[in-house]
Write a new protein. Sequence first.
Length: 136
Amino acid sequence: MFSKRLDAMQSMVERLPRVAPPIQKSNPDSYADTSVTDEITLIEMPRKFSFPSIKAYDGTIDPDDHVAQYRQRMRAVAHPNESREASMCKGFGSTLIRPALQWYINLPSRSIPSFAILSDKFVEKFASSRDLEKTS
């Protein structure tokens, strides 16, 4: 009974204009959730590896440009071949903010087996921000 009333009240609050939605509680096991497969998750990163800095992507510019810049920066960092794919996948989320980060966080758990698939899904999602070719 109390639970139903609480749910009804929360629903009413969410419909009020200019009222922030209630803060959602984090799942205590959420740190273990990841969009990449276990094969990638289990690959250890080199101890002295640090991800290169890159301008954060927010969903408003061409996603192809962001992926190209990310690939180029990651190629410039020395790391062993056996951890290259894992590095590409694990570091990509740290280059995203706002809607792009929310998209990344909400990818289905363990659904990304490679950076190629991750980047394809990313470009597809933010395709509306792509630069259009000019026709003369």
